[in-house]
Design a binder for this molecule. Structure first.
Ligand SMILES: [Fe+2]
Length: 322
């Protein structure tokens, strides 16, 4: 991480040198401005970790400088410590009302200056890291949404089904005791489960008639495509269990790798059941929804064949009709 930037705004060069002398031995990059206007301009380009702002300056005093900084959205959050020789309560109240975070009195006490600067910079850095993490997570989610929109443009039927199955898988996994981090990966994986279909030609993906064996071979490539495209992306790699393995079967007859039993990641075993359940109990263009009774019978028949029998048992317990 780069050294913290401190902007010192003070018209008195002797005062600036005094602060420089006190802080130059610390790992800070010090920047100076000799009036409020320059201070605001430097803050706008520098985005410092802290501004040490003198109160008594000509033309624009420290209070007004502070107010103007607080009114500019891109620098409004910068911590500001007012440097003042005024120790009276009304001056401090004016400073707080202008938006100052703290005060340092002249003449400086070296230990007090260090302590305040260190504390404010540490808190500000922590806040910035937290903000960056939030921004990163938002960017991840937006990226996933973008891929989903691309898939939806190809295959209109998927969006509602995808979100329903994602919610149901997440609910089941939460009850099964997955950690929050695992749940995040399951959520992403469920949303992206069929993203590999972006690589399937329209003539096959959108074919209204039954696929030929050759066409099925192409269609069965979609989990592998998802893995090949997305595994180099660090934040998606832990979420690929579902996109890569949602067509594997408990008895080893699934695809793309023919994994068997516990070789199939648990998240994918759960998803496979939820996905098939949702498909069977929803209306499709070519058939009406199955009754719950018929769908339950199908899951029971397929326990130990297509599905993990234990997960089927647990899933059926979540259904009132089971
Ligand atoms: Fe699929």
């Amino acid at each position: 991480m780069s050294k913290p930037n401190i902007l010192i705004v003070d018209d008195d060069s002797i005062s600036c040198m005094a602060i420089e002398g006190l802080l130059s031995s610390e790992p800070y990059d010090l920047h100076f401005a000799c009036n409020g206007f320059d201070g605001i301009a430097t803050a706008t380009s520098l985005h410092p970790d802290l501004i040490l702002l003198d109160v008594m300056m000509p033309i624009m005093d420290g209070y007004e400088t502070c107010r103007q900084i607080r009114s500019q959205p891109d620098i409004a959050e910068v911590p500001i410590v007012l440097i003042t020789s005024l120790d009276d309560q009304p001056s401090r109240i004016t400073g707080l009302q202008a938006g100052a975070d703290d005060f340092i009195s002249k003449p400086y006490n070296r230990m007090e200056l260090f302590a305040r600067v260190q504390t404010i910079i540490r808190l500000n850095r922590y806040r910035r890291i937290a903000e960056q993490q939030t921004e990163l997570l938002t960017a991840y989610d937006k990226t996933i949404e973008g891929w989903l929109s691309a898939l939806d443009l190809r295959d209109k039927k998927t969006e509602e089904h995808t979100h329903r199955v994602m919610e149901a898988t997440l609910k089941f996994a939460r009850a099964a005791g997955f950690t929050q981090e695992e749940l995040t990966n399951i959520q992403r994986g469920a949303l992206l489960h069929d993203v590999g279909k972006l690589g399937i030609p329209d003539s096959i993906l959108l074919k209204p008639a039954t696929l030929t064996e050759e066409e099925w071979q192409v269609m069965r490539m979609h989990p592998l495509y998802a893995y090949q495209w997305l595994s180099p992306i660090a934040f998606i790699l832990p979420a690929l269990d579902i996109p890569y393995c949602h067509h594997e079967k408990w008895d080893g007859t699934g695809y793309p790798r023919g994994l068997k039993g516990d070789e199939i990641p648990l998240a994918a075993r759960i998803f496979a059941i939820v996905d098939v359940w949702d498909a069977l109990t929803s209306d499709r263009p070519y058939r009406l929804a199955w009754s719950k009774k018929e769908a339950i019978k199908y899951l029971k028949d397929q326990a130990g064949k297509h599905f993990d029998p234990q997960v089927v048992q647990e899933f059926l317990k979540t259904l009132p009709e089971a």
